[in-house]
Design a protein around this ligand. Structure first.
Ligand SMILES: [Zn+2]
Length: 477
């Protein structure tokens, strides 16, 4: 049968639609017209130059000019949106149409097979699979870390457009706000659906949208100047900027608008009276939180770490530097060299996904110290805090990543601290002559200490461990 050649959405239609989305504050990304992936060629190079990534577009949003650039690069480019905080939206994606409560009618897109229900949010929620009562996947709740192809893009296989449903377009009616009530009503109306529970994503910060500009404009990673950051307190200049300090405090849920203003101490919860304040020394010092309870001056990186970890503990100098960079990265003040880690299969447990994301971020942040660094210590204790996971989840996730060959142990420091690295696909490293001569053990300097690499030709090995046996755990640093 002669099929009509489907006319692609014209670049000008695409540009016009993009302008509408941009005016709503949506963070757009280019999608490939031939695969369901982002259009990597149209994206800027990642900072380490090894590939491209859409992640920076979550904070540094595409403008109409940016979109025009994509369309010039490829007139057939499709458009996508970054879900979650970046755009303030959450999308419910189901293959079968849902019976939707009339009081919650919201802009809806017809896709090739199903529907995308667009909702608004000003809080970060975790993306998740929506399941049926029998446990099968029924759809997806697309929030933090997710992207979705949007109208008037065309489906890669059929050429069918993604279209707003008549009368339910983004210009026809406002987006409904997602809440547990709406989800409960959906479950009631669609008896096949299992309960859908909104889970807040504490890692994606509520205050991201309210980031105050600092006297140093947000900056991208510069290999020339950033490859060796000072270890004591890197990027100290940000810690001297009141606007950055206030943004950090707001990000961790403290209500404060100026230096010196007293607020409820985030460490000692349950107080009714203001019990802490930001303190800016008059000399060359940096801003800290003066805790009236203890009289101590608490560094902001420690407070940020406590917010992510869910508990306060003073940090050692090395960890403080990492958390400080992480804080600036999370809030969008600085960027870091991103690593193109191999994607995990969908079957990977959530613990592995979260651990992998955290580990990759840590490696990228560590590269700010030393661009050549490919391995990092990653103790259970540290990983649990860094990824906000329980010890059990760390155990499960780490076990999965090691046995499935996504991470491997590459050595240990002289203090028997294990070093982990991303494992390349089908890693089959050739033994160098030195390695042969030393039986695969090679001493080299790392972190300023002598390190012995393990023979990486041995597959990853997980020693048997007893449950709750933290101390004898081979993965423990
Ligand atoms: Zn306190």
């Amino acid at each position: 049968m002669a099929r009509l050649a489907l006319v692609r959405t014209t670049p000008s239609e695409m540009a016009e639609a993009a302008e509408g989305y941009i005016s709503r504050g949506w963070a757009l990304i280019p999608f490939s017209p031939t695969s369901k992936n982002p259009h990597f060629e149209a994206l800027p190079l990642s900072e380490d130059g090894t590939g491209t990534t859409w992640k920076p577009l979550a904070t540094n949003k595409a403008t109409s000019e940016t979109v025009k650039g994509w369309l010039e690069h490829d007139p057939n480019v499709n458009l996508g949106v970054i879900c979650g905080q970046a755009s303030g939206i959450i999308i419910i994606d189901t293959d079968k149409p849902l019976r939707w409560p009339i009081e919650y009618l919201t802009p809806t897109v017809k896709t090739r097979r199903g529907y995308h229900y667009y909702l608004q949010t000003d809080r970060p929620y975790k993306s998740m699979v929506i399941k049926s009562k029998t446990g099968e996947a029924y759809g997806e709740l697309r929030a933090e870390g997710n992207v979705t192809i949007i109208p008037p893009s065309r489906h890669v296989e059929t050429g069918q457009p993604y279209e707003w449903v008549d009368g339910l377009s983004i210009t026809d009616l406002p987006l409904q706000r997602i809440n547990q009530n709406l989800l409960n009503t959906l479950v009631k109306l669609n008896p096949k659906l299992n309960k859908i529970e909104l889970i807040e994503d504490r890692r994606a910060l509520r205050a991201r949208k309210n980031i105050l500009p600092c006297s140093h404009p947000a900056r991208s990673y510069d290999p020339e100047t950033d490859s060796r950051v000072e270890k004591s307190i890197p990027y100290l200049e940000y810690l001297q900027d009141p606007r950055v300090a206030i943004t950090i405090m707001q990000a961790i849920g403290v209500k404060v608008e100026r230096i010196g203003q007293a607020f409820l101490c985030p460490i000692h919860k349950g107080e009714k009276n203001p019990s802490a304040a930001l303190y800016l020394p008059h000399d060359q010092g940096f801003i800290t939180m003066h805790d009236f309870h203890t009289g101590e001056f608490v560094p902001l990186p420690d407070l940020y770490a406590a917010h992510i970890k869910g508990k306060y503990e003073p940090l050692g100098a090395g960890e403080r530097a990492l958390w400080w960079i992480r804080c600036l990265v999370d809030l969008g003040y600085i960027d870091y060299p991103r690593l193109l880690a191999r994607p995990l299969p969908e079957s990977a447990p959530e613990s592995a996904q979260a651990l992998y994301a955290g580990f990759t971020k840590l490696l990228g942040i560590r590269k700010l110290y030393n661009a050549d660094q490919e391995a990092t210590p990653f103790s259970w204790r540290f990983a649990a805090g860094w990824c906000n996971l329980s010890n059990r989840a760390i155990q499960e996730g780490m076990g999965w990543l090691l046995t499935h060959g996504f991470m491997h142990k590459v050595g240990a420091t002289t203090s028997r601290t294990s070093l982990f690295a991303l494992k390349p696909a089908e890693a089959e490293p050739q033994k160098s002559s030195t390695e042969k001569a030393t039986g695969g053990r090679r001493a080299f300097k790392r972190y300023g200490v002598k390190v012995y690499s393990r023979n990486t030709q041995k597959g990853p090995r997980i020693d048997h461990r007893r449950a709750r046996d933290g101390l004898n755990n081979p993965l423990r640093l």
